[in-house]
Design a binder for this molecule. Sequence first.
Ligand code: GLN
Length: 486
Amino acid sequence: MGLIFHSIEAYHLALKAGTVSCEEAVAHYLTAIDRQKDLNAYLRVYGAEALEKARVLDGRRKAGEPMGKLHGVVIGIKDVIAYKGHGLTAASRILEDYVSIYNATAVGKLLAEEAIIIGALNCDEFAMGSSNENSAFGNVLNARCKDRVPGGSSGGSAVAVQAGLCMVSLGSDTGGSVRQPADFCGILGLKPSYGRVSRYGLIAYASSFDVIGIFGKTVADVASILEVISGEDEFDSTVKRGGGPSISADARAEFATMVDQADDRKYRIAYFKEALEHPGLDEEMRTAILDRTGEWKAAGHTVEAIDFELLDYIVPAYYVLTTAEASSNLARFDGVRYGYRTPATDLELTEFYKRTRSQGFGKEVQRRILLGTFVLSAGYYDAYFTKAQQVRQLLVERTELIFKDFDIIILPTAPSTAWRIGEKTDDPISMYLADIYTVYANLTGIPGISLPLFVHTNGMPFGLQAMTNRFNEVSLLQFSHRMMQQ
Ligand code: GLN
C-alpha cells in the first residue's frame, strides 16, 4: 500500500484505475500515525473529518467529476498555519486553546484543489529553534534514530514525511526551518523565494524573512504543491504580482518537458570557498560534497569556488534582525485580546502583562523578545539594527552579482548531521551558529532547497543545499530533479 502513496502521480494513477480510494489512503495514514505516536510529530490529528472528506471525494470521482490537482492528497500542516475552525498553537502555551477563525491563503488553495489536511504538526515554539526541543508540547524524535533531534523549527513536518505519516507537508522557513529538518531527516525541503507564497494566516515570526515551505519525497510532488500554494494575494502585499515568470504559468509545461526528455543543460554552479572550508563543517560532509562537485564537472557542468568574505556576518545579522521583528510581532500576545491569561486577578496592568507573558512563553521565545527589544532600543539601534540592515543590503547586492555569472549556488544545508537530543539545549549560541548555511537565503529572499543526497558513516542522512536567483524556482526544481536522478 505504501508504494502507491510514494508520489502524488502514482497515487492519482491508482485512484483513476480504481485500485485504491481516498478513504483507504487516509485510513493508511491514520494507522501509521497511531503506530508511531512516540515520534510526537502531530499535535492534533483530524481523523474523523479527514475520513469523511475522503469519502466525499471518492463519491465525486466515481460520479465522473473532474479531479482537483491535489485530489485526496493527504497533507499535514505545521501548527503555525491557520486552518479555519481548528486549533492553532504555534506550539506555545500562550495559544494553547486558540481556534483559528480563518484559513491561511495557502490552506485555502490546498483545499480548493481537494487536498485532505490530516492534522497539525509539532514545531519549535513560534518557529524559533533548530531542533524542535522548544515546543511547549514536547520534542519530536528523528525516526531514523530516536535519540537524535529531527531539526527545527518544522521538526514535526519533516518527521511526518520521513516516517510516512502523510504524503507531503507544509512548514515555514524564516532562517532554515524547512531545509535543515529536511536535511536531518533525509527528505526534500523547499523554501520558496520570499514573496512567492502568501504569508496571510502564517503566524508571524520575522515578517521580512518568513515564507511557507514544502516537505516531500519527490521533486515533482514539491513542485505540484508549490504550484498550488503560490501566487498573488490581496491579503499580503509582499507577494509577487504579475510580470516575470510565475510558477503556475510555466511550471507544469517546463516540468513535463524536463521529465519526458533527457535534460542535458549544463549548469554554472558556484559554492562559497569560506563555507566549504569552514572549521565547523563535518569533515566527511565536506569531502562528500566536494566529491560530488567533481562528478558534476566530469559531466560537463562548471563548478567554481568563489570568495564570500561576508560569511561570518550572516548569523549575527540574522539574529539581530529576526529578534527585532519578533519582539514587535509577538507584542500582540498580551493576555488581553486572546490566548493565555494569568489566572491572578489582583494585579495592576504592567504586572498582569509580565505575569501572562512569563507564564505563556517558553524560555527561548522570551530570550528572543528581550534580545529584539534590546537591539531596537534608543541607545543601541544604530549599533545593532542599522548595522545588520547594512549587512543585509550588502548580501543582496553581492548575490545579484553572483547570479550574473552563475545559475546555482550550492552549500551544505547544515554543518553536521542531526545532533543528539539535549546536546545543544544549554548552549543557544552553538544552536544559532548551526544555522550558518541556511540564513543566507532568507536574508536575500532567494529560494533554496535541501536535496537528500548523502548518508554519513554515523548512519544519519544529510543533504546538499541548492539556491537560484529570486523567483527562479522552476530552474531550481529542474536542477534538483536532475541531481536526484544521478
Ligand atoms: N533556526 C532558526 C531560528 O531559530 C530558523 C527558524 C525558522 O526558520 N523558523 O531562528
